[in-house]
Design a protein around this ligand. Structure first.
Ligand code: C2E
Ligand code: MG
Ligand code: MG
Ligand code: MG
Length: 290
């Protein structure tokens, strides 16, 4: 494109590069102050047990409402936080806030739930991650089995030996471990049995067309089968339709998460949802028909 576009095309290219670079610099400089300026918050998305409709956990999802830039998606700013090292303080803030909030719900007498926190590559590679996690659990008083850490498949595969060790050190604390976005990475199934994990999360990209694309249906079925054979539990992410829920129920997927049940909510709204119906979500009535 650049080659044939001549001078104008080249200028367009340089211009768009500048736009990208400018945005990046802008994000970086404002992200530096996001914690101090109280611009970070967590949303919580329910994870629902298929068997009962009970909210058994929530996934903590980071939100950044920048005074200067407005809402910025984690998909955009997490990679920048990674590259700049800002992920260290931000990631620590997320773990601490998620544990504090979940403990607070417990102290308020709400049904006890698990909280899942996403880890980034650099957090996971950190030498003393388990020390930090342990300290946060002590500080907040959250029971250790109420914390789940989500690690993506590719993060584990970068350095398999190192990952096995890190996971064992985390597991020794008693926290739950999940592999996020499973099926999108390049992990070899043979490694799976070496990781001391509790759960696989089937990526949304498979769930979206699970009832219409035979390939996606096969992959989803296979992931559930492998997980069960290894004694792991399965959560499907991005469930938006009853037909998808039915498929997952037929294939004995343990937990579901998605807009069908709830969008990610601010803490107060999540608390209200936990109070309503004693923490049970009414699954569609026609789930067991046909
Ligand atoms: P993820 O961990 O796979 O999180 C699930 C994403 O899917 C969330 O997007 C969630 O809002 C969205 N989602 C959930 N249900 C549905 C659904 O039914 N339909 C659709 N279309 N989307 C759904 P979000 O909050 O924008 O987060 C995007 C990604 O950013 C996360 O993907 C995760 O990789 C990363 N992220 C979010 N918070 C953190 C964090 O605290 N630390 C790190 N390291 N990464 C985070
Ligand atoms: Mg996640
Ligand atoms: Mg995910
Ligand atoms: Mg995903």
């Amino acid at each position: 494109y650049v080659k044939h576009a001549g001078k104008n095309g080249y200028e367009l290219f340089v211009k768009s590069m500048n736009v990208v670079a400018k945005r990046r610099l802008e994000l970086e400089s404002h992200l530096r102050h996001a914690i101090a300026e109280n611009e970070l918050s967590l949303n919580y998305q329910p994870q629902v047990a298929m068997s009962s409709g009970k909210i058994v956990g929530v996934e903590a999802l980071l939100r950044w409402n920048s005074r200067q830039l407005g809402f910025v998606s984690p998909v955009e700013f997490i990679p920048i936080a990674e590259e700049t090292g800002l992920i260290a303080p931000i990631g620590e803030w997320v773990i601490r806030e998620a544990c504090r909030q979940t403990r607070q719900w417990q102290l308020q007498g709400l049904p006890q739930i698990r909280v899942a926190v996403n880890l980034s590559v650099r957090q996971f590679a950190r030498q003393n991650l388990e020390k930090l996690v342990n300290q946060v659990l002590l500080d907040t008083g959250l029971p250790v089995d109420c914390l789940e850490l989500e690690i993506t498949e590719n993060m584990l595969m970068d350095d398999v030996e190192g990952s096995v060790e890190t996971l064992h050190r985390l597991k020794a604390l008693g926290v739950q471990l999940a592999i996020d976005d499973f099926g999108t990475g390049y992990s070899s199934l043979s490694y799976l049995k070496r990781f001391p994990i509790d759960r696989l999360k089937v990526d949304r990209s498979f769930i979206t067309h699970v009832t219409t694309d035979p390939g996606d249906a096969s992959v989803t079925q296979a992931i559930i089968a492998v997980a069960h054979n290894l004694g792991l539990s399965v959560t499907a992410e991005g469930v938006e339709e009853v037909s998808q829920l039915k498929f997952l129920q037929q294939h004995a997927c343990e937990e579901v998460q998605g807009f069908l049940f709830s969008r990610p909510l601010i803490a107060d709204d999540l608390a209200e949802l936990l109070v309503t119906n004693d923490g049970f979500i009414t699954l569609p009535a026609d789930l067991n028909s046909d």
